[in-house]
Structure formats: structure tokens, C-alpha cells
Design a protein. Structure first.
Length: 86
């Protein structure tokens, strides 16, 4: 699973866009897993890692495109013959 930040190209203007950072409530709405399970998946390398948003490291968020890629992979895995459980 890729966890690097990638800049997306806007096909209309051909310029880079900034990655969108989402906080926990939005992540929870997207994946519908409890916080402790998401952090367990992060520690196992099975979910994108959050990034620190402040110098002291108290605020964090996830790159939305990485969470979306994770969701798309889960959908693909669930439709394969040998699904991988998260």
C-alpha cells in the first residue's frame, strides 16, 4: 500500500493541486471502523499512516487520496476469490 503523498494533475489547467488532509471524523465516516482498529491497521502497515499537522505532533490527519485508495483496494479485494481481511 502506497503511503507517499502524490500530487494530482488537474487535466483542465495542467497544474498541481495540493493534497487534501482529512481529520479523524471524516476518516471514520469513510471507513466506518473504530479509531483503535484503524491505528492497529496503521501499526501493521495495512492502513495509510496519519501525518502530523502541528510541530508538537498533537494534531494529525490523513491524506484523503490515500484513504480513498485503501477503500478502493478493499473493494477490489472483497470481490476477488481470496479476499484479504483487514
Amino acid at each position: 500500500m502506497a503511503t507517499s503523498i502524490r500530487l494530482q494533475q488537474n487535466s483542465n489547467t495542467n497544474t498541481s493541486t495540493n493534497p487534501r488532509i482529512i481529520r479523524w471524523p471524516k476518516v471514520h465516516d469513510k471507513v466506518d471502523l473504530c479509531r483503535s482498529h484503524v491505528h492497529k491497521l496503521v501499526s501493521q502497515g495495512l492502513f495509510p499512516s496519519p501525518i502530523k499537522l502541528t510541530p508538537n505532533g498533537r494534531a494529525s490527519g490523513w491524506v484523503e487520496s490515500e484513504v480513498n485508495e485503501w477503500l478502493e483496494q478493499r473493494i477490489a479485494d472483497s470481490r476477488s476469490k481470496n479476499p484479504v481481511a483487514a
